[in-house]
Design a protein around this ligand. Structure first.
Ligand SMILES: C[S@@+](CC[C@H](N)C(=O)[O-])C[C@H]1O[C@@H](n2cnc3c(N)ncnc32)[C@H](O)[C@@H]1O
Length: 217
């Protein structure tokens, strides 16, 4: 599986710095890749979320790189890592441990390849952490995971429990409907970024993206 996926991944992605963290080069499915405009039935992948750097993830990674002290020396879990940028950002600013977590095993392979391209060391994990205590971690990164109301509810309830246990929860989001006003009222806005042209074109309608910290209470 690893060998076959790696060769398909290298074939269908290209290195990109056209995002909010140009310090990091990431292999992504970009407009220069034939797969970008290919019909769905021609794609060798099902739901390649790892092939894109989502606006929420871009915000979280940018924030970490601009504010290294919030993760340096701490143990960071990047839940729903996708291409792995959040984990790589955490590792690059000296997190004690940076774990790329995704229930899609291809996402953690993509994350590892992207980490290697940036000469970065990360750990990976494909377990579903939602609902668990995350005892081995101090910081939880959530990049663009509020795309669905039902899942958003599950995620938010879990994250609220973790915040009460003094874990730092950083949520990157461009304004998805799952991050409702009531949920936003329980968070502190840390930063807002204008999305680069490529990300705006890729995410029709979104022009900005933000990073929030979930409050303890
Ligand atoms: C919209 S993508 C965001 C990827 C990345 N965080 C970013 O912002 O670029 C959401 C990711 O969450 C992953 N995911 C969904 N449910 C998950 C779960 N319970 N645990 C870990 N990852 C999950 C998906 O496989 C997908 O890679």
């Amino acid at each position: 599986m690893l060998k076959e996926f790696t060769s398909l991944f290298l074939k269908h992605t290209s290195p990109s710095r056209r995002h909010l963290t140009p310090e990091l080069v990431l292999r992504l499915i970009t407009p220069s890749c034939p797969l970008w405009s290919a019909p769905v039935e021609d794609s060798p992948f099902t739901d390649p979320f790892w092939g894109f750097y989502w606006p929420g993830g871009q915000a979280t990674a940018r924030y970490i790189m601009d504010n290294p002290a919030i993760v340096s020396g701490r143990r960071v879990l990047d839940v729903g890592c996708g291409c792995g940028a959040g984990t790589i950002a955490a590792s690059s600013v000296r997190a004690k441990l940076a774990v790329a977590n995704d229930i899609d095993p291809y996402a953690v392979i993509a994350s590892k390849i992207n980490a290697e391209m940036n000469e970065n060391k990360i750990e990976t994990d494909t377990n579903n952490f939602i609902g668990t205590g995350c005892s081995g971690f101090d910081v939880i990164l959530i990049g663009d995971m509020f795309y669905d109301e039902e899942f958003g509810k599950l995620l938010f309830t879990w994250l609220t429990t973790l915040a009460k246990q003094d874990k730092l929860i950083l949520i990157g989001d461009p304004g998805r409907h799952g991050l409702t006003e009531s949920r936003r009222s329980q968070m502190t806005l840390l930063a807002n970024y204008v999305l680069p042209k490529e990300a705006r074109e890729e995410n029709h309608g979104y022009t900005e993206t933000s990073v929030w910290r979930l409050n303890k209470t």
